[in-house]
Design a protein around this ligand. Sequence first.
Ligand code: ADP
Length: 464
Amino acid sequence: MSSSPESFRLTLGLRLAAWYAALFTAGAVLLLAVTYALLTASLRQRDHDTISALLERYVSEYARGGLPRLNEAIEADRLAGRHGRMLVRVVGRRAEALFYTLPSDWSEFDLTDLDRVTAERAAAWSSIPSRRGPAALDVASVRLGDGTLFQVGRSTENRTELLIHFRAVSLFVVASIVLLGGAGATALTWRGLRPVRALAETVRRIVTTGDLSARVAHHQRGDALDDLGAQVNVMLDRIEALIAGMRGALDNVAHDLRTPMTRLRGIAETALSRPDDAAALRDALALCVDESDRVTGMLEALMDISEAETGTMALQREPVRVADLFQDTLELYLDVAEEKGIALAADPVAASLVVDADRSRLRQVLSNLVDNAIKYTAPGGRVTLSAVRAGAGVELTVRDNGVGIAPEDLPRIWDRLYRGDTSRHERGLGLGLSLVRAIARAHGGDARVESRPGEGAAFTVALP
Ligand code: ADP
């Protein structure tokens, strides 16, 4: 079937080869045809020049010494081996033949045609075809002032033979070109299509085995097909990373939800075992509501994190003024901070400080950081937001003077579901910082922390 990859490659290769060979052959044929035409014209011109020169010479000899002088000249030419095979005819005014010489084997030409020539002062050309072969007799005729007709002719047999030979050789050359061109074009196309075959082979392997680790072989030739292979490899890398990320996210979600779901089930089971205790049932239901809220929040955070980490989070980038961002965050948390007796403030930010980012995702980042800062700072403490320009980007910092983080915890606080020892009694899922870092990285930036136990912490988000 023509749609199978094998026959596709075969027909594509053959088609290309046929095209190359056809173009190659057409070029060669054209070249030979032009050469043939030029050769024919130039040989004909040479013959005509020879005949004209002789005609001129014999006319002048005749003018100088009449027929005897002409005879002498022709005899001299014949003896010298020059133009031996010529027709020379002189006809008088009253159509009487004055002179006539002709090679004996030229009976193939019908010479009665010679009388039909109507030549005047300038030489007229006529061509008498042979009765036996492709040659002809080229004749130049001129009539002198006294009415005498002079005719000199020569057979084209040499020229015709040369051209026949040329045609035979050309045929042989064209046949060789067709063969060589066909073979060469097939070999070249086969070689040229190698990267395409490698590409098809790789894709087929992935489709049939599902193994995404296959890659297109690289030849480092730097041509378009090589580039295509490299781009396909980059695409495969991305797909592989995405699938691995999604698989990981799915595993994490399944694993992370097991604990709260088990807890939920435990609460419900305990309540069911005491059906008559209305108060306990009410408490259990309230706990179930809390727990299911937690599960929902966790699911949302987990999905956000995996989206950000796998690069599938749709970011609505726009120019966002940092001052506005800080203002929004302060409005959201001022009451909470006040309630806990914490001074929440933002350093003055230049109005020109703008980042190209997703506004709501950045709000999420700052909310998580400020929420943590308030959570992990004792009453009477201080939480400050600040921003600086760093190179071509901007760095946002949330600083507190709270409990700080133990050095051994520092690298782990970014892990999903990791919660420090000091935070056990605080509400939280252990997902806030993972989300902060994932969102920062999805923007092309990163997040970092500086902290010492008892001295507070400074979380910085760098955005490009
Ligand atoms: P959560 O706050 O829900 O526990 P996070 O991912 O936001 O989870 O934070 C992970 C851990 O990092 C916290 O459990 C806490 O131990 C530590 N941490 C985060 N922010 C601060 C902070 N501002 N000061 C001290 N420790 C912090």
